[in-house]
Design a protein around this ligand. Structure first.
Ligand code: ZN
Length: 310
């Protein structure tokens, strides 16, 4: 939900005239992000998505035309593939995955915010956490989805046939529960579930130990990390990032769920240090949209609830 909205808001405040002219949002002007230049691009038939292959057997399915800049990952083994998130549900990610692999696909979500579950309804094998928050979100919603297409949220052209009025997160069926420590054997590649609650109670990361890959969902991505929603628990988040940081020596690439698909594992201990500094009151926040503040420590930032006034 508006990962980059703050930038547009500031831009409008500074230039009221832009409002009338349906401005190109600043986040959109920042595209294409330079980090993508070094990644192998894979051509597909749907222009809503861009697909990259950052490492062998992993496809980053990126949605650059919407402010979330959501990234879903298709991780391919020899016998089956695992789709880690299904994106915004604005185009058809299932068709894209069919162009990338013929193997059966298991779907797992990094967490169940609307921008990661949009095309869940299309898949028949969906694992979910055994948590009320997950079950509640699996009922679908219209409000969160509609907020994603308000002015300033779209960059470029909507997918062919997209119906703005009908846009909603469609309900999906959780076909099996998963839990911390579960291993998914894809054939020649194993993924381990690491429960990383905090951003949401159902947040998980995936570890491909043999290949040194860590998929972090919204627990870490290289943009302001959202920690302001009612379902966010800061103590849980602190414990989760500590757990991920302990893995850093074994990791080669960190892959988050927004903006840019590759980050260095050195970011993990820095993430812990930055978050600890914020919680210790050592970082001066800057105001954001009403009720929210941004804490920035070097290249890491957290969007959080504004501290209660004294
Ligand atoms: Zn999220």
């Amino acid at each position: 939900m508006h990962r980059n909205a703050i930038i547009l808001t500031l831009c409008i405040l500074q230039s009221p005239a832009l409002l009338a002219q349906a401005p190109i949002p600043d986040w959109c002007r920042a595209l294409p992000r330079p980090e993508y230049k070094t990644l192998e691009r894979v051509s597909i038939s749907d222009s809503w998505f861009e697909v990259y292959k950052p490492v062998p057997g992993v496809f980053a399915i990126y949605e650059p035309h919407q402010a979330e800049e959501t990234i879903s990952y298709l991780i391919v083994g020899e016998k089956r593939a695992l789709l880690f998130d299904s994106g915004m549900g604005m185009s058809d990610i299932k068709k894209v995955t069919a162009q990338l692999t013929e193997l059966p696909i298991v779907l797992l979500n990094s967490h169940t915010h609307n921008d990661h579950v949009g095309d869940n309804w299309e898949f028949s094998t969906i694992y979910g956490m055994d948590i009320d928050f997950t079950r509640q979100n699996a009922r679908g919603s219209r409000l969160d989805a509609q907020a994603e297409i308000t002015p300033g949220q779209i960059c470029g052209v909507l997918p062919k046939g997209f119906d703005s009025k009908a846009y909603a997160t469609r309900p999906w069926k959780i076909t099996a529960y998963t839990q911390d420590g579960e291993r998914f054997d894809l054939g020649g590649r194993t993924l381990e579930v690491i429960a990383t609650p905090g951003h949401t109670p159902d947040a998980i990361s995936l570890l491909d130990r043999a290949n040194g890959l860590l998929f972090t969902g919204d627990t870490y991505y290289p943009a302001p990390i959202w920690l302001f929603r009612p379902e966010t628990n800061l103590d849980d988040y602190a414990a989760s990032i500590l757990r991920l940081a302990a893995l850093a020596p074994k990791i080669k690439v960190v892959m988050g769920a927004h903006n840019i698909p590759v980050a260095s594992p050195t970011v993990l201990p820095r993430l812990v240090a930055a978050f600890n500094a914020v919680r210790a009151g050592k970082v001066q926040p800057s105001p954001d949209s009403p009720g929210k503040v941004l804490y920035k420590v070097d290249d890491i930032s957290f969007l959080m609830r504004a501290p209660a006034a004294h």
